[in-house]
Write a protein that binds this ligand. Structure first.
Ligand code: SAJ
Length: 443
């Protein structure tokens, strides 16, 4: 179908849509386009997820305001239906792909899910279909991986027999619907005309800037924005390590540095977790793997942030040693296993690295997290008989913790603070010895 005809169908909400990958990105997108009036078919490989969705039940864990009601409404109105059959996409005018694109331990993107989806789609997609990738990919992937698979296995030519775009998402767990509606997006098209058509499409669900660009620019924006945050965090973590060794207080230093115009130091801490910040810098780096570009800052920042959970284990060791206790055989309570405060999401959690380090040092590790199944329970009970606690996440519950109660439960009164949750003075007043990231023991 020529682009002008597709534009008309989009404007009249008559374009038939498909979404491949009904996870925390694809499902909300499918629901929002269905709510906007489009007929949407969602494709997933997990039968249990398909059955849940067709029963109007959200398979997404955690609190996602608005998603469950929206899903049941659009399934009831038959605007959205889920299927396992790629053939159901054969009459679709627009197909969005939002499958996982993880990075493996060698920091190489794993595109298996994306390539499988593309190969299946290429065999069924109708002439003139608009294919939009939303998954985060390394710069160059749309042109070097996505387009060839759709062209070769489908015997079609891009910008002629089908149209191709890249529109990365800026969702966050806990705010999936809100972010999709309120966050601006770059909209990458294989041609400027395609990008404009995509802007008209996303305008139906996005009430923020939609910036039409080429696909490479869109790939760069997404990976750079997260690599940028990772470098910012690494910088303040390195300053924390400096403060610890020279008798400084990183929180005071940060507060005063940020008084200087144009300075915005982020928060030092026990490490960087989550589904995007630890991964996207490596996707950006992968985009230049065969190019003569000597990457120093981006890999180094990853190294600093990956070191922080191990540094927390060292701080625990130092604290125990100062109390005359070896870490081998010590019982340590890790407070917080999610990667982010007031979340149940444990993907790439720094606490996982910390627990591993403590075990390697011979400690016995107890874990508490009010949001993570299996680690919930009364924290004072969990602390009883422990030789130290280490705070890894700023959960609200921890900010209101009864420090005196904690002290009475512990065998040794040691608290190691990885997120600057507590005022050291308050901790001392409760009878606990305070150790904190970015604080020298002399302070
Ligand atoms: N962290 C720090 N210091 C900071 C900020 C974060 O150590 O100053 C740590 C957190 O504890 C966490 C990790 O980094 O372990 C990631 O935290 P995050 O606040 O970046 O939260 P994410 O991972 O959910 O990042 C998302 C990203 N959004 C998308 O990819 C759409 C990121 O681009 C946003 O900047 C971020 O949310 C945000 O601003 O909240």
């Amino acid at each position: 179908m020529p682009l002008p005809d597709l534009l008309k169908k989009i404007e009249n909400n008559e374009a038939r849509m498909g979404v491949i990958g009904l996870g925390y990105v694809g499902l909300p997108v499918a629901c929002l386009f269905a709510e906007a009036g489009y007929d949407v078919i969602g494709i997933d490989i997990r039968k249990d997820r398909i059955d849940q969705i067709n029963a109007g039940v959200s398979p997404i864990k955690g609190k996602e305001p608005g998603l469950a009601d929206l899903l049941s409404r659009v399934v009831d109105s038959k605007k959205l239906r889920a299927s396992i059959q790629y053939n159901d996409l054969s009459d679709r005018d627009v197909i969005i792909i939002s499958v996982e694109t993880p990075v493996d331990e060698t920091r190489t993107p794993r595109y298996e899910a994306l390539k499988a989806a593309l190969r299946s789609l290429a065999l069924v997609m109708k002439p003139g279909a608009l294919i939009i990738v939303e998954s985060t990919v390394a710069p160059g992937s749309i042109n070097e991986i996505v387009e060839p698979i759709l062209s070769e296995s489908g015997g079609k030519k891009v910008s002629q027999d089908f149209f191709l775009g890249y529109c990365p998402e800026r969702v966050m767990p806990g705010r999936l619907i809100a972010n999709l509606q309120q966050m601006s997006r770059v909209v990458g098209g294989d041609t400027p005309e395609t990008a404009e058509i995509m802007v008209n499409l996303y305008r139906k669900i996005v009430h923020a800037d939609l910036d039409p660009v080429d696909c490479v620019t869109a790939e760069l924006v997404k990976t750079v924005e997260n690599a940028y945050r990772d470098v910012q965090i690494a910088f303040v973590n390195e300053v924390a390590l400096i403060c610890e060794s020279v008798g400084g207080d990183v929180w005071k230093v940060r507060e005063l540095v940020n008084k200087s115009p144009g300075r915005h130091m982020l928060l030092p801490g026990a490490g960087v977790g989550g589904h995007c910040i630890p991964k996207d810098p490596w996707l950006l780096a992968y985009g230049v793997k065969d190019k003569p570009v000597p990457l120093r800052v981006i890999p180094a920042a990853r190294g600093v942030n990956d070191f922080m959970p191990r540094h927390m284990a060292d701080l625990v060791g130092q604290a125990l040693q100062a109390a005359g206790k070896e870490i081998a055989g010590a019982r340590v309570l890790v407070m917080g296993y999610a990667y982010l405060e007031d979340s149940d999401d444990t993907r790439n959690s720094p606490s996982e690295t910390l627990a591993q380090s403590l075990l390697e040092m011979g400690a016995e590790v107890i874990i508490h997290d009010p949001f993570v199944t299996g680690y919930q329970g009364d924290i004072i009970n969990k602390a009883s008989g422990c030789d130290a606690v280490v705070v890894m996440v700023r959960h609200r519950e921890y900010q209101q913790l009864d420090l005196r109660g904690l002290k009475s439960a512990l065998k040794l009164p040691i608290l190691v603070d990885g997120r600057g949750v507590y005022q050291p003075q308050k901790v001392y007043e409760a009878g606990l010895d305070y150790w904190g990231v970015g604080l020298s023991k002399q302070t």
